[in-house]
Design a protein around this ligand. Structure first.
Ligand SMILES: [Zn+2]
Length: 559
């Protein structure tokens, strides 16, 4: 189970560790650079005041920022306290570095260069330098005085520099205390996770709900801008004016209850399902209306598990949690089909997404797509936003990871017997495609949302291929031509002129024929992967094999 609080603590720890390491590294690098620059004995001029101000000012600002970041991260957020401690620590680091620079000048002089440390003569006194290094001097010989090396910085901090450094430290600490090197990703990650978080269902109800018990939800609007939706057992006795424990307002039950028939697939074996759909494929001569559907297999794809009544203010994930709790009961049913479907749904159904069907469908359970009027319901959406007002029959279809698509194809069949004329036919079939990851062996099952990769979908749809015109005994795919009573077809197509492509097209009211509008984005060839909205449209509309115009193709290629 995803625990947002634990995940947040982990992300926070990771980000803070990185932030701390990066800021300390930046400060250490800056001081390392300053130490190297300022401790080298030099024969020329020492560092000028401007150089000194730049180098030390930069180091001080970075250190003070790093200290302020640390104080900020451990929760000390008051600016004065942050500034005070940052400046104190930075001054400490500055004086430590100063001592280190003086020490390393003397050690370099005596050890590396075999020189002698001396106190400078009066002519150097004004620069504040109190130690110089004399190399290769012959003692007592005034003609061989050796080389005189000075430190780049005497360690002296004049008053103006002290003021500047303190100002840099204060500004660095105060102005940059909430500036991180990498911006935090916790907000985005948390949103992602909440979108895919399962709900707790009856366990989140306040008060004990019996296993088959009804629930009510609080319908108060809340101060944080959404509906409360807290669950309570339906049999709880409310005192007048008693407060809801979540929104802290007098309890007001959501008045609209939604009654769902819960259905699920009888099997998750995609080969069996697609075999059934091949049996039930409908094919008819092109240019004629769609014939009545015989449903040869007669097999019900969908099994009604039971009914479930829920308040409309709860979210889809919460509704699915209630449905999953009820599955435990339904899997003990007497009917073996219900038992099997409930068992399958328990193992494989998503806890975050499902489909809601509108209208009466109980007579169409042998169809892979009993109705076009299906909505893809996702995690955090509220039921009331998905289900419009009105007394329609509602069906909650649990999603076990298989999506039915309707395909409209056409083909021309040439027979081996040359005297037999060619047949040109339209056909209509459903195709199941897998849209879920494989069932989880460990961890929490059902934490996924339908996902379709463009490449995989095209591979599933690649059912037939083009062949040369002369080949006999095979069928060649053609673009689907819908029947129209107003404009009867005079000439049957011989072979596709342009290129064949699957396009998503809405079906007319009774689902007979596609109404081919030309909209951008309807071709499945264009997409690398499909958004939930597109998956919903794939489910509601049909995929029609169309011939893109040969003239269009030529124009496109010319461009
Ligand atoms: Zn409430």
């Amino acid at each position: 189970m995803i625990n947002p609080l634990q995940a947040m603590a982990r992300w926070r720890a990771e980000e803070n560790a990185l932030d701390s390491a990066l800021s300390l590294f930046a400060a250490a690098t800056a001081w390392g650079f300053a130490w190297k620059l300022l401790s080298t004995p030099t024969t020329g001029r020492p560092a000028t005041e401007v150089e000194l101000a730049c180098v030390l000012g930069g180091c001080v600002a970075v250190t003070s920022w790093a200290m302020a970041r640390h104080l900020y991260m451990i929760g000390r957020r008051r600016p004065r306290r942050i500034v005070f401690w940052s400046v104190v620590i930075t001054c400490g680091v500055l004086f430590a570095t100063r001592a280190l620079i003086r020490y390393s000048f003397s050690s370099r002089c005596t050890e590396d260069m075999a020189g002698v440390l001396k106190t400078p003569a009066h002519w150097l006194g004004g620069s504040g330098i109190d130690q110089i290094c004399v190399v290769n001097e012959v003692p007592g010989n005034p003609y061989l005085p050796g080389t005189l090396l000075e430190p780049a910085w005497s360690g002296d901090i004049p008053a103006w520099l002290a003021i500047l450094l303190v100002a840099a430290a204060v500004t660095g600490a105060n102005g940059l205390r909430d500036r991180r090197l990498r911006s935090s990703g916790i907000g985005a990650k948390l949103l992602d996770q909440l979108e895919l978080a399962p709900a707790a269902g009856v366990e989140s109800a306040i008060g004990k709900v019996p296993p088959d018990g009804e629930v009510v939800a609080c319908g108060n609007p809340t101060l944080w801008g959404e509906i409360c939706g807290q669950l309570y057992p339906a049999n709880k006795k409310w005192e007048p004016g008693e407060w809801c424990r979540r929104c802290q307002q007098p309890f007001l039950a959501a008045d609209r209850m939604l009654r769902f028939n819960v259905v699920s697939l009888w099997t998750s074996d995609i080969d069996v399902l697609n075999g059934l759909e091949r049996l039930d494929t409908l094919s008819w001569p092109m240019g004629q209306p769609v014939p009545p559907d015989a449903r040869v297999s007669g097999r019900e794809r969908w099994i009604t598990l039971g009914t479930l009544e829920m308040p409309d203010v709860i979210s889809v994930a919460q509704a699915l949690a209630l449905a999953h709790a009820r599955l435990e009961m339904w899997k003990g049913a007497d009917d073996p089909m219900v038992k099997r479907a409930a068992q399958l749904a328990r193992e494989r159904a998503s806890r975050i997404c499902a489909w809601i069907w509108f209208g009466q469908v109980s007579h169409r359970m042998t169809y892979a797509r009993p109705t076009q009027r299906a909505r893809f319901a996702l995690g955090a959406a509220r039921l009331r936003d998905l289900v419009p007002e009105g007394g329609e029959t509602l069906t909650l279809q649990l999603d076990v990871g298989l999506l039915p698509l309707e395909l409209r194809l056409a083909f021309r069949r040439r027979f081996v017997d040359e005297t037999r004329p060619d047949e040109v036919r339209n056909s209509k079939l459903d195709l199941w495609i897998p849209v879920s990851p494989p069932p989880a062996h460990k961890g929490e099952p059902g934490l996924w949302v339908d996902r379709i990769e463009g490449k995989a979908l095209r591979a599933w749809l690649a059912t037939d291929r083009m062949r040369p015109a002369g080949v006999r005994g095979v069928s060649t795919p053609l673009g689907y031509r819908p029947y129209s009573a107003d404009a009867p077809m005079t000439e049957l197509p011989v072979r596709p002129l342009g290129r064949l492509d699957f396009q998503r097209q809405p079906l007319d009211e009774d689902g007979e024929e596609p109404r081919s509008p030309t909209l951008p984005g309807v071709s499945v060839a264009e997409w690398d992967w499909f958004e939930p909205e597109q998956i919903e449209l794939l489910r509601r509309e049909a995929l029609v094999l169309v011939e893109t115009d040969a003239a269009d193709e030529a124009a496109k290629e010319a461009v």
